[in-house]
Design a protein around this ligand. Structure first.
Ligand code: UDP
Length: 316
């Protein structure tokens, strides 16, 4: 029986599916291809795709599966600001449909949530130790950006509710995963690393939103896949929520500088107004996942950026 991966043709999904196929698993992907492409190499008989929106599937059309990894969601503010229902539906209606499948087949469901749900935290509370999973969420409501955190928070509630009823379920919260081919479909998809690469390579000014002193912790895609699959195959009971991230952060200004060093180019900056609720810092506390699975991020930011630069040189 296949493992069902929703959003399995997206940026993170593709890498998870590759890894599972390589290990010999059979995979059923459900993806509507709004922010992803269909695979070209569909010859692998272990890979099957339903090009559908998980928010509107009929659960009876989905064959019996051996587990569910739910990644399907728009992640770019540029896309969901114009169309919030896309992000709301896939994380609420879509999560409910996938829970129904997990319930029917009595299998595990693992849901991809986000560090965005922590919102704007007070520096004094957690900056030293990193954000723990039981931290309060401090988010502004009803902004252009808030639909994402609100939808993910509701998705988490549905998963934990299923868990309380005896289901095998858990949430993980990703902190800024990056890698090659992040914006194949939408050039300028909105995420900071592909944007800065594109702008520097074209000799355009690097657009920094806000002061540029806001910071993020960036996690290399293969480290993220190790962590997600470590949880998926974890043999004990899953906790309600687990952080997945690298516990080192960098300001957006310093990120631009690092990318320019890696590319060996000079650059100019242009400062634009930032979102009013753009989180000012984010560092995960990853003690929980390390204790459960022994996972730790292996790839430094510089190493990851270098791998992107090298891959782009080959494609140029
Ligand atoms: N950002 C930026 N220039 C860009 C894209 C993003 O300065 O071209 C900023 C953005 O405002 C945020 C940070 O970089 O503070 C990370 O943005 P991204 O969308 O990659 O991730 P998220 O905001 O979801 O953490």
């Amino acid at each position: 029986m296949p493992i069902l991966v929703s959003g399995g043709d997206g940026f993170i999904g593709r890498s998870i599916v590759d890894r599972l196929l390589f290990a010999g698993y059979s995979i059923l992907v459900i993806d509507n291809h709004i922010s992803s492409f269909p695979r070209k190499d569909t010859k692998n008989s272990n890979y099957c795709i339903f090009e559908k929106d998980i928010s509107h599937i009929d659960v009876n059309d989905v064959p019996k599966v051996s587990g569910v990894i739910h990644l399907a969601s728009i992640a770019s503010p540029l896309v969901y600001k114009d169309n919030p229902s896309l992000v709301i539906d896939s994380n609420t209606l879509g999560t409910r449909n996938l829970i129904d499948i997990a319930k029917r087949d009595k299998v595990r469901i693992l849901y991809a949530s986000t560090s965005e749900i922590y919102g704007q935290l007070n520096d004094q509370i957690t900056k030293g130790t990193g954000i723990k999973e039981n931290e309060f969420s401090v988010t502004k409501l009803l902004t252009e950006r808030s639909c994402y955190a609100s939808a993910k928070r509701l998705g988490e509630e549905l998963i934990v509710n299923f868990k309380r009823q005896g289901g095998d379920a858990g949430n993980f919260r990703l902190f800024n995963v990056y890698g090659k081919n992040m914006d194949l479909k939408h050039v300028g998809y909105g995420r900071v690393i592909p944007n800065f690469f594109n702008q520097m390579k074209k000799g355009e000014p690097v657009q920094i939103f806000g002061t540029g002193r806001q910071s993020r912790s960036f996690l290399w895609i293969d480290d993220a896949v190790d962590a997600i699959l470590g949880l998926f195959f974890y043999e004990g009971e899953l906790p309600s929520a687990v952080n997945i991230g690298r516990n080192e952060s960098i300001s957006i200004i310093d990120l631009a500088e690092t990318i320019s060093n890696v590319l060996g180019v000079s650059y100019k900056t242009s400062f634009l107004p930032g979102d009013e609720d753009d989180p000012q810092w984010r560092i995960p506390n990853t003690d929980l996942i390390s204790a459960l699975t022994g996972w730790k991020a292996k790839v430094s930011l510089r190493e990851g950026l270098k791998m992107i630069a090298d891959a782009e040189k080959i494609n140029d």
